[in-house]
Design a protein around this ligand. Structure first.
Ligand SMILES: Cc1cc2nc3c(=O)[nH]c(=O)nc-3n(C[C@H](O)[C@H](O)[C@H](O)COP(=O)(O)OP(=O)(O)OC[C@H]3O[C@@H](n4cnc5c(N)ncnc54)[C@H](O)[C@@H]3O)c2cc1C
Length: 302
């Protein structure tokens, strides 16, 4: 079924990860007319099992959490699977268009998330599910306690992740993808003091059954229980940027304390915002944004 309507939604939510789905629950329960459009590429779908999301002492997988959030959101809002390709301003708010979708909405919430840059390896998704390749030490370094850990990335950014991981393991190696000779003296001294080894530059990364092997430029290779890539991410903020929304230098959207972007009526929540990229933060943003959206709309008295 395509969604195309001459009537106007109170709010269009673009993105159906934890942020978008939470906002749909809140706005629907504020008795607002809400459409959520999602193209089903949530970062949360990659989570094998989260142990830091409150309320699940035995852990919950990303796919299970998304399934439950969708089930709850469907009680209150219309959910549609598609990709929004264009977002423009319209007299009463915004016009959004995508495959099978052409809708108007008074407010729009951007909850489109980010995509982690990953090394090119065969069986990438399986390595993530097995916990051999991890992207988020804040999420799951606890599960890497006392393991042999490699941190793969440009030295200028990866060194911080390597030091963070020293709280979990004595065996942390920085695996540079650039020339580690360029590392400044103070950073090198901090890494040495913390006992983080700096390997020769990496030329390749491979799966080694349940572990990961880094092939180094000096001809040797090293095997790790876990590799954390620190290669940056693509922020899916283009729809908002094309409307002139302000962002930081990594293209994460800037918002005020009510999750309002610099474009009137346009809100943002979750990983697409310049903040800590966590489920609890995404759902918190969503609650704040949804409440402000409701309060900013004309009253919907019965
Ligand atoms: C391997 C891994 C493990 C993690 N573990 C944890 C953990 O244990 N605890 C924790 O708190 N966090 C964890 N995270 C982080 C967590 O997944 C994110 O913080 C969370 O998913 C952010 O939610 P979001 O709704 O902002 O974005 P997402 O979940 O990425 O959802 C964004 C949605 O928007 C959709 N979208 C994008 N553009 C469009 C468009 N133009 N039109 C329609 N739809 C669009 C996407 O398809 C996607 O479904 C982990 C991440 C990874 C990768």
């Amino acid at each position: 079924m395509a969604v195309s309507t001459s009537s106007i939604y109170d709010c269009l939510i673009i993105g159906g990860g934890p942020a978008g789905l939470t906002a749909a629950i809140y706005l629907g329960r504020f008795r607002r007319n809400v459409l959520l459009v999602d193209d089903a590429k949530s970062r949360a779908a990659l989570i094998p099992e989260s142990h830091n999301y409150p309320g699940f002492p035995h852990g919950i997988s990303g796919p299970d959490l998304l399934k439950e959030l969708r089930r709850q959101a469907e009680e209150y809002a219309t959910l549609y699977t598609a990709r929004i390709e264009r977002l423009t301003t319209a007299p009463d708010g915004f016009l959004a268009e995508g495959n099978g979708v052409k809708v108007q909405a008074r407010r729009v919430l951007i909850a489109t998330g980010i995509v982690d840059e990953a090394p090119e390896i065969a069986g990438l998704r399986d390595a993530v599910y097995r916990g051999a390749l991890r992207f988020c030490p804040i999420c799951d370094a606890y599960e890497a306690t006392d393991k042999r850990i490699g941190v793969l990335g440009r030295v200028a950014t990866a060194w911080k992740k390597a030091l963070f991981l020293r709280s979990y393991s004595r065996d942390v190696t920085l695996l540079p993808v650039d020339d580690a000779q360029g590392i400044d003296a103070q950073t090198r001294a901090e890494l040495v003091k913390a006992g983080v080894e700096i390997a020769a530059p990496v030329t390749d990364v491979e799966r080694a059954e349940d572990r990961m092997t880094a092939v180094l430029r000096d001809g040797t290779s090293r095997t790790f229980d876990v590799i954390y890539p620190s290669l940056g991410s693509q922020v899916r903020s283009d729809l908002a940027l094309e409307l002139g929304a302000h962002c930081n230098d990594t293209k994460c959207l800037e918002v005020d304390s009510h999750q309002r972007t610099s474009v009137k009526g346009l809100y943002a929540a979750g990983d697409v915002v310049s903040d800590l990229h966590q489920i609890a933060v995404a759902t918190g943003h969503a609650a704040v944004a949804a409440t402000d959206i409701h309060n900013s709309l004309p009253p919907n008295y019965r």
